[in-house]
Design a protein around this ligand. Structure first.
Ligand SMILES: Cc1ncc(COP(=O)(O)O)c(C=O)c1O
Length: 481
């Protein structure tokens, strides 16, 4: 079983994904940590949560964790120093594999019809944005100051299109620790948001002869649009309660874009059987899986889903973004690219904009390395979980026929409307008149015969507007209003 730290304030508040394989004992923790260090997921120097925090997160006694740490220090896996906590001990570096050279032809560009972001209404429960009023301005400024002070002069020049080495190193450690991603800094490419990342991948795949890619039939509208704009025909893949129906992938489809940890927008996770099946599909056909892990940090139960990429790093491109964890305005995202695709993606990045803005990259590197990113994510996880609980409570009280789903993770919920309540069109019309922006599921590609549902982004309003937005939502949903 994967177990992941749940949110908590205080010192030593780092997240850590541990595979306890059902052994919730001191021996189980020791073995999970040894395995993580052995296979490189926890790099030398990585700081571990304090025994108090990890014990809380795992629901175990503090002594159990402290004893496991003590044993691993004695064995040389970890080091413990007064004042700086427990870290992974140094070990010899692993040689990197060299990427193969890229093919040379160019993708065709088609006109774009990117869906506009809703605006103009005073209350917004549209999914896709974190609470912008919670951007950690002071901590970010502190990190920017430190990063700028420490940056070498060459950082201000045209650098490596993959992005700054400081950020790639910090991310490789973070992604291994928190999402179980198996990569190294050389195989990470920093992009201007997921939107650019998926476009670069489409171009790289086009250059290798791909002309289509499967996408979840209900999903982020920009993904198929960006694929199409970069030469790939998007092929819709149905989604049900177990995630995308990957058995429908034909051998002729060269790639598939998925949101395995928390399907956008339905909120289901790709079932273990389908995770295995899509990896088997990729291995047997040479297909590429693009894993959009857009809100992987925000999981509210004790069983996080590790990144699919860990099952097949040579076939899965992992994509993460700072758009939910920090702010979309940063335009910072990252790809962990299999070695055989790396040069093609780097070439497209260089042609697109040479490299993403460096100063924010350096700041994010410092933000992650100092632990500020973990602290921010943990704080936000507590707040978003409280908001999610409010949504559920309020609806149970004021719109009891509405079924809320997709809420184990992320920043949005799906509301299935009851057959006996007002029809979806009426609810959307009322919301609009009340000044509330909230979409129906059809905004994300659901077929007209799909049961009526709303997608509610509960992270978006600032704290002072949240209660009103929620109340307006209940008004719009109320029967007979
Ligand atoms: C499913 C999904 N993937 C990725 C993203 C992030 O995109 P970007 O990094 O371009 O802001 C979003 C943002 O709404 C999203 O909903």
């Amino acid at each position: 079983m994967n177990t992941w730290a749940t949110p908590q304030r205080g010192s030593g508040g780092y997240d850590l994904l541990l595979d306890l394989a059902g052994q919730r004992t001191r021996a189980g923790i020791e073995e999970a940590l040894r395995a993580a260090v052995r296979d490189g997921r926890l790099a030398p120097g990585t700081r571990l949560p304090s025994s108090r925090v990890l014990a809380h997160d795992l629901g175990l006694a503090r002594n159990t964790v402290a004893d496991a740490y003590g044993q691993l220090v004695a064995e040389g896996w970890l080091t413990a120093r007064q004042g700086s906590g427990t870290t992974v001990a140094a070990r010899p570096a692993v040689p990197l594999r060299r990427p193969v050279p890229p093919p040379q032809d160019r993708p065709r560009i088609a006109p774009s019809d990117v869906v506009p972001h809703p605006s103009g209404l005073p209350y917004v429960l549209w999914p896709g944005s974190p609470d912008l009023s919670s951007f950690p301005r002071t901590a970010w400024l502190r990190a920017a100051r430190r990063a700028l002070t420490a940056a070498p002069n060459e950082a201000f020049g045209y650098g490596d299109p993959r992005g700054r080495p400081e950020l790639r190193a910090a991310l490789a450690g973070y992604l291994a620790r928190v999402r179980g991603v198996r990569t190294d800094p050389d195989h990470l490419v920093i992009c201007s948001g997921y939107t650019q990342a998926v476009g670069l991948l489409a171009r790289a795949l086009y250059a290798r002869g791909a002309r289509s890619a499967a996408v979840e039939a209900v999903g982020l509208p920009d993904t198929p649009t960006v694929l199409r704009a970069n030469g790939l025909d998007p092929v819709p893949l149905p989604v049900d309660a177990d995630g995308a129906r990957v058995a429908d992938l034909g051998p002729g489809v060269p790639a598939v874009v998925l949101t395995p940890a928390h399907q956008f927008p339905l909120g289901v996770r790709l079932s273990p059987e389908r995770r295995t099946a899509v990896v088997a599909w990729a291995r047997s056909t040479g297909g590429i899986v693009v894993e959009d892990d857009y809100d992987g940090e925000f999981r509210y139960d004790r069983q996080p889903v590790a990144a699919l990429q860990a099952l097949a790093p040579d076939h899965v491109v992992y994509a993460g973004t700072a758009s939910k964890s920090l702010a979309p305005a940063l335009r910072l995202a990252w790809l962990a690219v299999p070695p055989h695709l790396l040069d093609a993606v780097v070439r497209e990045k260089r042609l697109a904009d040479h490299l993403s803005a460096v100063i924010d990259q350096l700041t994010l590197a410092e933000f992650i390395s100092s632990g500020a990113y973990d602290r921010h994510v943990r704080r936000m996880r507590v707040r978003y979980r409280a908001r999610r609980d409010r949504v559920v409570e309020m609806l149970a009280l004021r719109a009891p026929g509405v079924r809320v789903s997709g809420i184990a993770a992320g920043l949005h919920a799906v509301l299935d409307l009851p057959a006996q309540g007002p029809p979806l069109r009426t609810v959307l019309g009322r919301a609009q008149r009340l000044g509330l922006a909230v979409p129906g599921l059809s905004a994300f590609g659901a077929a007209p015969d799909h049961p009526p549902a709303l997608v509610v982004g509960y992270a978006t309003p600032p704290d002072h507007a949240f209660s009103t937005a929620l109340s307006l939502l209940c008004d719009a949903l109320a029967a007979g209003a």
